[in-house]
Structures are given as C-alpha cells and as structure tokens.
Design a protein around this ligand. Structure first.
Ligand code: GLU
Ligand code: MG
Length: 436
C-alpha cells in the first residue's frame, strides 16, 4: 500500500489531550513558517467532545506552528505506521503567541521565573496509568509477577521512549489494579512538559499495538488508588548549577526553594483547577490514597501536596539530586498548563520572598480543622467546582495568565461538567476512563 509519511503537529490543550493536525513530513520547512490552520473554538472542545461556551464562536483563525526540536519519531518495527509527533505553538495570524496556547503560556512562565530570580527549571513528570484491556491479578502489587505479565509492554514502552529521545528511567507494576508507573530522567524548562505529553502518547501507542489500552484517568475505582502525576522539580542558577539544596536550610531547602514551594502551597487551591482538573480528580485527592489532600509540604511524605524527595550521597550528589515533587496533579491536565501554573506560583513566592513552609510529618487528616487553620493548612478543593471557584477567587493566580485565559478556561471546565449532567457516579468514572 502506498503511504505518505505524516507529522502530527500537536498541542496539549486545555483538556490535556494532544490535539492537532497532520501534514506531509516533506512540507516541514514550509509548515514551520506558515503553520497549519487552527480554529480558536477548538480549545473549548472538552474531553467528552462537547463544545463548551466559547467567546470566539465560529470566528477567527489561528496557526499551529510545529517545533522541529520537539519531534518524536517512533517506528515500533511491527509494520504499523510510525508515530511522528511534533509539539507545536498556537499563534495568531499576526505571529503572536495565542493567549490560550498552553505551550506559549509555559514559555512565558519560565521566562518570568528567569526574570525574577535568574533561575531555570529542571524536572520530570512521573506517571501512573492502568491497562484496561487485560486483567490484573490480586497479589501483583509491585510484584515481579505483575511486571512479567506485561514485560513486553514494559520493554516496548521503554524502547519507544528512548527512540523518541526521552530518558527512560524505571517502569513497574504499581499498587493499583493493573496499574503501572513509568519514570523518565529530568529535562530542562519547556522540554519537561513536552516530554510528559509525548510519554503519555507513547504509552497509549504501545498498549494499542499490543492489543491493550492504557488509561491515565485520575481514578478508576473510588475503592482503590488513583493514577497520579507527580511533577518533580529542581532549580538551576544562570550558569546551570543546582541551587535547590542547602545543607543548612530547613530539610535541606535553599532559600529560593523554600520561597518557590511556599508560593505553590499558598496558591494550591487555585492550582488544583489547572493541575487536577477533572470532575473525578477530587476523589483521588483524599487522605490515605498516597496522593495529596492538604496544601502541605512533607519531607519524604507520600501524602503531601509537595514532597521533598529522597536523595543520598555526598555533597555533590545531594546538590544534583535534591528535588521536590508536586503530587496534586493528574493526566486530565495539560502538562504545559500544569507546569506553567506551578512555575508562576513558585516565581510569585520568590518575588514575595516568602519564608519556607513548615515541613509536616504527621497524618493531617487526624487534626481538627481549627488546628490546621492555625498552622496555615487547609484541605485541597474537594471537587472541580470548588477548585474552579478557588481559581476564580485568586486574582494573583488569574493574573499569571494572558488576559482572556481565565474566562475561557473556566468556561471550558464548566462545559466539561455540563456534559456529565444526569450521569451516575459510576458512569462518570467510566466516561473518564474511556477518554483518558
Ligand atoms: N497512586 C498515588 C497517587 O495517586 C501515588 C502512589 C505513589 O506514591 O507512587 O498519587
Ligand atoms: Mg507511584
């Protein structure tokens, strides 16, 4: 059969899905200049394909401009069509970044961090997902048996990540029902989110080619654990030296790290609207699921919104490896938007020279709300409407984004909620499982 190699120019849009159009690879030189036509209202197509209220209506034109530096090409060697994905920016026809382009929003956030502190960001997204086309067995949690059952999937996934230019790190059978986790090595700045977006697609692509299906839904069964996305971050100075760690700082945090994390925790309720933005995300963000439930900083604590991760070794190893992770994220979020929100919150904390947060080391769910409040701690929003309200009520957080962003984003999410009206809790869980 004849074939024309195609590149999929993709944007990780508001609903966290890769959206875009394909063009012949032979046209790349032309497309990086002129782009591919795109419609503003596309950003209001929710994960359920229902179109949320759009201020753009049927009007306007934009261009998707592919970024050749982000290309991921994977030929699985099984005769199937290779994956050819290129992350792209959405620009106006005048060549300006579009206010709802998630990748441009992240670029602006990283530029702000650099402007206020001279810092750049290094990081990686850690992903959990479930294989729903095959059956998991009891007794497989973290077990070799569970790994072996999907060894072909694991090896092919890691090969695909490597061929795509990412840094495969670990893959394992996680705790949940047929749940797996994959980690990759850190990247710099924009590439942190590009890598996350490509990784999700390569996991899905691998599962499909093996006759299975991977879902990154935030949670499948409220009786079990969720599929978390943990965003690992560390800070580098202008000459590329790590400045996250300070042996003298509280729990090893440098002054800048403390302020960065304090900014995240101060704005955590608003951030959740962008980092864990589905109607079921709140089910995962509850105590005793090893996710995150309060706006706290934990030292090696798996139930903290921000956790200082374990590293060991000499001074050089500590300086290089010391990092913290944001755990109140899931794959319903665009990785670019989620990271942009965290970077802005961190930059805000640095700008305001916020003191380092208290490091908690207890089960916060056992404390009285008044005790929590006295310590500046609060529950994360319980559901999407509460998270959207928190974002709408945080003028500082809204102000981090281009002018039209907050209004359009909030309308998008309301459209997503509207598409679920009349469905039972089980139907809602099933709907998310099928679209992510
Ligand atoms: N599944 C947990 C979550 O939803 C994370 C478990 C872990 O610490 O890896 O975030
Ligand atoms: Mg995990």
């Amino acid at each position: 059969m004849i074939r024309e190699p195609l590149i999929f120019a993709a944007t990780a849009d508001f609903c966290g899905k890769m959206k875009g159009k394909a063009f012949p690879a032979a046209q790349l030189d032309k497309r990086v200049v002129s782009g591919i036509g795109w419609t503003p209202t596309n950003v209001q197509i929710t994960c359920f394909d229902a179109i949320a209220e759009s201020p753009f209506g049927a009007l306007g034109d934009l261009a998707i401009i592919p970024d050749p530096g982000s290309e991921a090409v994977v030929d699985f060697g099984d005769g199937s069509v290779p994956e050819r994905i290129m992350l792209s920016d959405i620009r106006t026809l005048e060549g300006e970044p579009w206010g709802c382009c998630t990748r441009s929003i992240l670029k602006a956030a990283l530029a702000r961090l650099k402007a206020v502190s001279g810092l750049t960001l290094k990081g990686a997204f850690e992903h959990e997902f479930q294989l729903v086309g095959s059956r998991g067995e009891t007794g497989w949690a973290y077990a070799l048996a569970g790994f072996r059952a999907q060894a072909a999937f694991c090896e092919t996934t890691m090969a695909a990540l490597k061929v795509a230019g990412l840094k495969p790190d670990t893959i394992m059978k996680e705790y949940g029902d047929n749940q797996y986790e994959v980690t990759i090595g850190p990247e710099d700045g924009l590439k942190i989110a590009d890598a996350a977006a490509v990784l999700r697609e390569l996991v899905r692509a691998t599962a499909l080619r093996l006759g299975d299906r991977a879902t990154f839904t935030p949670i499948r069964d409220p009786k079990g654990v969720g599929n978390g996305v943990h965003i690992h971050m560390s800070l580098l100075d202008a000459s590329g030296h790590p400045v996250t760690w300070d042996a003298e700082g509280p729990s090893g945090m440098s002054r800048l790290t403390g302020s960065f994390i304090a900014g995240i925790l101060r704005h955590a309720p608003a951030l959740v609207a962008l980092t864990a933005p589905s109607a079921i995300s709140g089910i995962r963000l509850t105590p005793h699921r090893w996710s995150a439930a309060f706006n706290n900083l934990g030292f090696r604590d798996r139930e903290a919104t921000v956790r200082i991760c374990p590293v060991a070794g000499d001074v050089a190893a500590m300086a290089k490896g010391y990092n913290f992770e944001y755990r109140a994220a899931d794959a319903a979020a665009s990785p670019h938007l989620a990271l942009a929100a965290l970077v802005h919150a961190g930059a805000q904390g640095i700008e305001e020279e916020l003191p380092p947060p208290e490091v908690t080391a207890e089960d916060l769910s056992l404390l009285d709300p008044s005790v929590l409040a006295a310590r500046g701690l609060q529950r994360l929003p319980a559901d999407l409407p509460a998270a959207l309200e928190a974002f709408a009520a945080d003028p500082v957080a809204r102000g981090w984004f281009p002018m039209e962003f907050a209004e359009v984003y909030l309308a998008h999410k309301k459209g997503e909620l509207a598409a679920l009206l009349g469905k039972s809790p089980d139907e809602i869980l099933a709907a998310y499982c099928s679209v992510y």
